[in-house]
Design a protein around this ligand. Structure first.
Ligand code: DGP
Length: 112
């Protein structure tokens, strides 16, 4: 998508601190970390938000969750939070599907 920030990060038009990359997924550090470990995991195909996940593209969502577990282990996290914000009302500001992998500190529940 031409005007999508995360598509530009995928194309390396915008620099990022990449943690993992393969043909389907990219993981990179959040520019505004909310925890000692704050990594964004995104699909390389442009999916606007969790609302757009359906039976034809859901495989990639499972791969995001599996990659989060791998990265969390690699980062030696004791536990972690995985967040998909969906739409502005839930805090989504970049409209390219992403999981926030957060860890390295105690997290409260319920979230604000
Ligand atoms: P959300 O609010 O759920 O849409 O999360 C978007 C996240 O993207 C937010 O935590 C900040 C991060 N972000 C925004 N712009 C950039 C950028 O240019 N580089 C990186 N690495 N992260 C960004």
């Amino acid at each position: 998508m031409e005007n999508c920030l995360f598509c530009k990060i995928i194309k390396k038009e915008i620099p990022s601190e990449i943690v993992f990359e393969n043909d389907e997924l990219l993981a990179f550090r959040d520019i505004s970390p909310q925890a000692p470990v704050h990594i964004l995991i995104i699909p390389k195909i442009h999916i606007e938000s969790p609302f757009e996940i359906n039976s034809s593209n859901s495989t990639v969502a499972g791969k995001i969750i599996a990659l989060a577990a791998e990265i969390a282990k690699e980062q030696k996290l004791e536990g972690y939070r995985l967040v998909f914000n969906c739409n502005e009302i839930a805090g989504q500001s970049v409209f390219h599907l992403h999981a926030h992998l957060l860890g390295g500190r105690i997290m409260n529940w319920p979230p604000g």
